[in-house]
Design a protein around this ligand. Structure first.
Ligand SMILES: [Zn+2]
Length: 438
């Protein structure tokens, strides 16, 4: 082992694991060596974590890193640095790159770029269909067997709308304990759709995107997953109707999981009245009633995880007329603050709940909890030292110019949000210290 690979010992003093009582954590040789009051370690680097909450490193099931192909919008380097600054120690990189991540070669390239960057673990998502074209299945087994060990498969950006293909994908991934992550959007019901269907869309003259376009696919896929006995994950749930279907699926004990984005927990369709395309996103921002249902669904565990759907776009694709603009918004660097604002400060989730929805459950869904990287683990002796320290009392006003992402399309510019990530550790090595890249 070369000298620059030696990780120093860190003593974190007085942090509150999962928001509980203050204690010390000793991080040594990549693992949590000891947890307890009054720890000492000769020669250790010391962090005064008085008032800071310690959570297991966050895991994102839904990140667009844009490399290969759109390095003007984001790279694996810039996107994973943004992730670390947001408290993440692992991200799942979506397959809609150019070329599409539909072969072992492309997923291994993304995985290798993640290792070289070193800011967090990158687990590539494999495309379900060749070229995301919805025509025939991609080489799912080859991607699963590759060095990238793909377990999550998604045509995200596109819906696997063909029921026969979806059924075959669900059957196929069972062989390697994979999961199909569906972008639920019935294409015929959303042709030219621009924003949530309803009275406001009519008034603004923007064509409507009905909630049923999502709910119809969620319902169909829940039934298919039950029929096949395979794991289904529903991406970016956006309506109260979808939450109801998922609740029924969970009541029946079906192998169905789901995620919600921070922006769908926070923002409503009213933002479209600005005609500012920074608020244009797929699925669209919905009604206040939908936002309430999503928060309740996340609080009661019907929705398993928060996933960012971090979607960087260069200025020319967002600073234009609404109808011409690209869908999507940044999310990695503000996710934890938005979850604190919408879920913790409202009393819907405690910090243990945040750890569960942003680390433990997404790690299990993506199969990064047990094998290899071991994310979403307890903050206990012997576990990998993947953790984030955050200051829940801090307040910050989001300035797009401060973000590590190469893109600037955050919907929170000028918004004051609670909470600040102070430090992130990946296997005992700081990736972020004092809120800045380490
Ligand atoms: Zn999507």
């Amino acid at each position: 082992m070369s000298a620059d690979r030696i990780v120093p010992t860190w003593l974190v003093r007085g942090a509150r694991p999962l928001g509980g009582d203050p204690t010390d954590l000793l991080l040594q040789d990549g693992v949590v060596a000891e947890v307890g009051a009054g720890l000492t370690a000769a020669g250790a680097e010391v962090i005064d974590a008085d008032g800071l909450v310690a959570l297991p490193g966050l895991v994102d099931l839904h990140t667009h890193l844009r490399e290969p192909g759109r390095e003007d919008a984001e790279t694996v380097e810039s996107g994973t640095l943004a992730a670390a600054l947001g408290g993440f120690t692992a991200v799942h990189a979506m397959a809609n790159t150019d070329p599409v991540a539909d072969t072992a070669g492309v997923v291994e390239q993304v995985w290798r770029l993640g290792r070289e960057a070193g800011h967090c673990d990158v687990r590539p998502v494999g495309a379900v269909t060749v070229g995301l074209a919805g025509g025939r299945l991609a080489e799912l087994g080859a991607m699963a067997d590759s060095a990238a060990r793909v377990r999550v498969f998604s045509d995200d950006g596109h819906c696997v709308s063909d029921a026969v293909l979806m059924r075959r994908a669900l059957e196929y991934v069972k062989a390697f304990d994979g999961v199909v992550a569906q972008h639920a959007q019935e294409p015929r019901l959303t042709e030219d759709a621009q924003m949530n269907e309803g009275e406001l869309a009519g008034r603004l003259g923007l064509s409507g995107w009905p909630g049923v376009a999502e709910e119809a696919v969620v319902a169909r896929d829940v039934l298919l997953a039950a029929h096949v006995g395979s794991r289904l994950h529903v991406c970016h749930v956006s309506t109260g109707g979808s939450v109801e279907i998922l609740r029924l699926a969970k009541t029946r004990g079906l192998p169905v999981t789901a995620e919600v984005t921070p922006h769908h927990l926070f923002l409503t369709e009213d933002r479209a009245a600005t005609y500012d395309p920074v608020y244009k996103v797929n699925p669209p921002l919905r009604s206040a009633a939908d936002v309430r249902a999503l928060r309740e669904g996340l609080a009661d565990g019907t929705i398993d995880a928060v996933a960012t759907d971090h979607a960087p776009h260069p200025a020319e694709d967002k600073e234009c007329e609404w109808a011409a603009a690209a869908f999507g918004m940044l999310g990695l660097e503000t996710a934890l603050s938005v979850v604190q604002h919408t879920m913790v400060d409202t009393g819907l989730l405690d910090w243990a709940g945040v750890a569960d929805r942003m680390s433990v459950r997404p790690a299990r869904i993506g199969r990064v909890a047990d094998a290899g990287e071991r994310h979403g683990r307890p903050l206990a002796a012997g576990e990998p030292a993947n953790l984030v320290l955050l200051d829940p009392a801090a307040r910050r006003t989001v300035d797009p110019a401060d973000l590590a992402s190469l893109s600037r399309n955050t919907p929170y510019a000028g918004t004051t949000l609670p909470g600040q990530v102070v430090a992130t550790f990946l296997r005992g090595r700081p990736t972020v210290l004092k809120g800045a890249p380490a």
